[in-house]
Design a binder for this molecule. Structure first.
Ligand code: ZN
Length: 432
C-alpha cells in the first residue's frame, strides 16, 4: 500500500488535500494523471450504463438539497456512527473500531453517542433552524426527488433507470486507508425502477453488469468476491443486498453495493413531500395499473474504483535484467494512451518529424504525451511507471535512412518490452 501511495504522489496521481497547510484529514486531490484516470473511469461507466442502453437516462442534481429530503430518507435521524471520546486527551474514535481504552493515551472513554455523518451548513445569510442544509451524503437522493420530472419529460416504460455521477460528503470519524474512506468522495449510482414482481430478474441482470464493469475497467476478478448481506445486517427496507468486496492491500473491504430497496425511497419522499410518485403502467404487461415502482440500486464509488484498479495493475517485474515497477492499466482507463519520442533531442530533423507525428495523433487521441528527456531506456521506465501502454519512437529510419522503412516508427509494448516496426498511418488504430 505504501508503494502505491508513494507512486501516486511522485507521479501526480493523488496528493494529500491542502498539503502545504499540513493537510486536511479525509481529503485527497487528484493530480494531472489522477484526473485523467478518474475521467476515463467515469466516462467508461457513463458510456456502458447510460449511453449504450435504451432503458437508462442520466442526471446531474444539485449537491445542496432541501433538508426535508434528508429527513424523509432517514438520514437526519439515522445516518450516524457510534462515537466515543477519550476523557483524558479528548480524541474521538468510532466506538466499533477501538477497545476499552484510548489507543493514543490509554485514557478511558465517555459514553457512546450517535454522531450524524452529514456535513451541516447554512443556506443564505440567516443562521436559524430554517436555514440548515446538508452536503449530500449520497447521490441517490437527487435521483429520487427527480423521479417525477424524468417520468413527466420522457414517459419511460418500466423497467428503466436513472444514473448520476457526483460528489458526496460524509463526516467520517476516522477517515483511513488512502482514498478508501474519505470525507469528500465521488459516487456513480443507479436507481433502476421495476415492477414489484420483476425485482429478482433485474437484480440478477445488474449483478452480471457489475461483473462486466469490473472486467471493462481492469479490476482483478480473482481479488473480487460477492458477500450476500445477511437478514440482520441489511437496512430494514432492503430485501436483498450483495456487497462486492475487493482484496485491498489493507484487507477485504466493500467496493460496490447492489441492493433491492423495495419502494421505500419513493414512498418515503411521496409521503413527506405530498407529491404523487406513483407510476401509471399503461403497457400490456402493466394493464393500466398505478403503483409505486420498486428499485434496484447498484452503487459504485469512483475513488474506491481508482484504488481497486491501482491495486490490480501495480506490478513489479524484471525486464532486461533490471527490476521495474509498472502500472498495467488497460487501454480504456490508462491516463496516457501513448508517448511519442524523437530518438535524439539534438537532431532537429528527428524532433520535427516526431512533433509532426505527435500533433497528428493528439488530434485523434488526446491523451498523448511528448517526452524527449534523457535516454530512451529512462523514458520507457517513466512511461511504464504511469502505465502508458505504447511508446512510439521516431528514428533515422522514419526519415528514410533505410528507404524501405520510410514513415515507419517503433512501437514498444509496456508489458512485454517488445518493439515492432509499424507504419505511421496505422498508429491511431494501434493506440486507441
Ligand atoms: Zn486519549
Amino acid at each position: 500500500m505504501e508503494k502505491i501511495i508513494s507512486l501516486c504522489k511522485r507521479r501526480g496521481f493523488v496528493y494529500q488535500g491542502s498539503e502545504i497547510y499540513g493537510g486536511l484529514a479525509g481529503t485527497w486531490d487528484y493530480g494531472p494523471l489522477g484526473v485523467e484516470l478518474k475521467n476515463n473511469v467515469k466516462q467508461l461507466w457513463w458510456r456502458m450504463f447510460v449511453q449504450e442502453r435504451d432503458d437508462m437516462c442520466g442526471l446531474d442534481a444539485a449537491i445542496l438539497m432541501n433538508p426535508k429530503a434528508w429527513e424523509a430518507s432517514g438520514h437526519v435521524s439515522g445516518f450516524s456512527d457510534p462515537l466515543v471520546e477519550c476523557k483524558k486527551c479528548k480524541r474521538r474514535f468510532r466506538a466499533d473500531q477501538v477497545g476499552e481504552k484510548c489507543p493514543e493515551c490509554g485514557g478511558s472513554f465517555g459514553e457512546v453517542r450517535q454522531f450524524n455523518m452529514m456535513f451541516k451548513t447554512q443556506i443564505g445569510a440567516t443562521e436559524d433552524a430554517e436555514s440548515v442544509s446538508y452536503l449530500r451524503p449520497e447521490t441517490a437522493g437527487g435521483i429520487f426527488v427527480n423521479f417525477k420530472n424524468v417520468v413527466d419529460s420522457f414517459h419511460p416504460k418500466l423497467p428503466f433507470g436513472i444514473a448520476q455521477i457526483g460528489k458526496a460528503f460524509r463526516n467520517e470519524i476516522a477517515p483511513r486507508d488512502f482514498v478508501f474512506r474519505s470525507r469528500e468522495f465521488e459516487q456513480m449510482e443507479i436507481e433502476y425502477f421495476v415492477r414489484p414482481g420483476n425485482w429478482e430478474e433485474a437484480f440478477e441482470d445488474w449483478r452480471n453488469e457489475v461483473h462486466r464493469w469490473l472486467a471493462a475497467v481492469g479490476i482483478d476478478a480473482s481479488k473480487t468476491t460477492e458477500l450476500e448481506v445477511a437478514d440482520g445486517d441489511r437496512a430494514h427496507y432492503s430485501k436483498r443486498t450483495i456487497d462486492f468486496e475487493f482484496e485491498f492491500p489493507f484487507g477485504h473491504k466493500e467496493l460496490y453495493g447492489l441492493a433491492y430497496r423495495t419502494d421505500f425511497d419513493l414512498s418515503a419522499h411521496a409521503g413527506a413531500s405530498g407529491a404523487d410518485l406513483s407510476f401509471l403502467d399503461d403497457s400490456v404487461e402493466g394493464g393500466g395499473k398505478r403503483f409505486v415502482p420498486h428499485v434496484i440500486e447498484p452503487s459504485f464509488g469512483v475513488d474506491r474504483t481508482i484504488l481497486a484498479i491501482l491495486a490490480s495493475v501495480y506490478t513489479e517485474d524484471e525486464l532486461g535484467g533490471e527490476t521495474r515497477t509498472y502500472l498495467k492499466f488497460n487501454k480504456a482507463v490508462a491516463p496516457i494512451k501513448a508517448a511519442v519520442f524523437p530518438l535524439l533531442k539534438n537532431k532537429p530533423e528527428l524532433v520535427a518529424k516526431a512533433r509532426e507525428v505527435y500533433s497528428m495523433l493528439k488530434k485523434q487521441v488526446p491523451q498523448i504525451m511528448w517526452d524527449d528527456n534523457g535516454n530512451i531506456g529512462k523514458r520507457y521506465r517513466r512511461q511504464d511507471e504511469i502505465g502508458t501502454p505504447s511508446c512510439i519512437t521516431i528514428d533515422f529510419d522514419t526519415l528514410g535512412e533505410n528507404p524501405e522503412l520510410l514513415d515507419t516508427v517503433t512501437v514498444r509494448d509496456r508489458d512485454t518490452g517488445e518493439q515492432r516496426r509499424v507504419a505511421i498511418v496505422d498508429l491511431v488504430s494501434i493506440i486507441s
